[in-house]
Design a protein around this ligand. Structure first.
Ligand SMILES: C[S@@+](CC[C@H](N)C(=O)[O-])C[C@H]1O[C@@H](n2cnc3c(N)ncnc32)[C@H](O)[C@@H]1O
Length: 281
């Protein structure tokens, strides 16, 4: 069979399994089976596919048909300016979390030497993207998941930043080490009801510990704000990602804990997504 016929077959399989991006996904999966780029596939549509590659393609297609995210199939995800290793022990980095990186870079100069704490580091995408651009700064990254910490260490080595970051496998509740200029976090913030309605791609494959946050979705955010009072230096900044409809409740929590709200950043759909606040005293 020719590549274009294989792609038609892939499209049909994925479309009938409600994969919205069926066309792009088929192209990427065929490219992966061939160990070539998508562009190579698209300019060689009349090439004949050898049977061994067709078997490989069908295996990949089956995984995608069962809703496994492409990032886990490919074991990588682009975030900010870099590529990160991922597997289903860590959340797949999301574009909206790039707001945190963007804001930190806006708030710091290139030569500044700051100490960052990344709470719930997962793949390490946030702290690594920041330290790649703030070479005189250093970081500490914590996560309750040992497996996530191992992935973050792999990514730190891949980006030659392992000497700039201390990784700690710990619950934020128990972390009592040092004082920081910045605390950044994309914590779990999905409430139990929303969690039960998540798409299969997310619910079946991504780690629950990275997503679920109790009845109101604020379980970890609550702990994080409380601990940040101790962990931040005076006038230190907490830069926190939040879920839909959490803005007011999180603002109240911050004010109750004597944080000053500096800015609410919205995502591409105009939803409040990141809150920047300062520790007063
Ligand atoms: C939404 S993921 C964010 C991962 C990564 N920072 C990102 O933006 O892609 C949340 C992370 O917080 C970690 N986590 C959950 N509860 C925690 C806790 N109590 N203390 C520390 N980390 C926690 C999870 O293991 C997960 O890696």
């Amino acid at each position: 069979m020719k590549y274009f016929q294989i792609l038609n077959y892939g499209n049909k399989v994925l479309k009938s399994n409600n994969i919205k991006s069926y066309k792009l996904d088929s192209e990427l999966l065929l490219a992966k089976a061939l160990n070539k780029t998508r562009e190579f596939v698209l300019i060689n549509l009349h090439n004949t596919l050898e049977p061994k590659y067709f078997i490989k393609f069908k295996k990949l297609l089956l995984r995608r048909k069962q809703k496994e995210p492409l990032a886990y199939i490919f074991k990588q995800k682009e975030f900010w300016k870099h590529r990160f290793y991922v597997n289903n022990d860590v959340l797949i980095p999301r574009p909206e979390s790039e707001i945190i990186v963007d804001e930190v870079l806006r708030l710091t100069s290139q030569n500044s030497s700051k100490h960052f704490l990344d709470v719930g580091t997962g793949s390490g995408c946030l702290i690594l993207s920041i330290l790649k651009e703030r070479l005189k700064s250093k970081g500490t990254a914590i996560d309750i998941s040992k497996k996530a910490i191992n992935i973050a260490i792999t990514n730190a080595k891949m980006h030659h930043l392992q000497n700039k970051i201390k990784f700690v496998n710990i619950d934020i509740d128990k972390f009592r080490f040092n004082k920081y200029d910045f605390i950044i976090s994309n914590p779990p913030y999905i409430d139990n009801i929303k969690f039960s309605r998540l798409e299969d791609d997310v619910a079946k494959y991504e780690p629950k510990v990275a997503l679920k946050a109790g009845l109101n979705g604020l379980k970890i955010i609550n702990k994080l704000i409380f601990r940040s009072k101790e962990l931040l230096k005076k006038n230190g900044l907490l830069i926190l990602e939040i879920g839909e409809n959490q803005e007011n409740k999180v603002k109240q929590l911050l004010m109750k804990n004597r944080f000053y709200i500096n800015k609410i950043c919205t995502d591409l759909r105009s939803h409040p997504r990141v809150i920047i606040s300062t520790k007063f005293i």
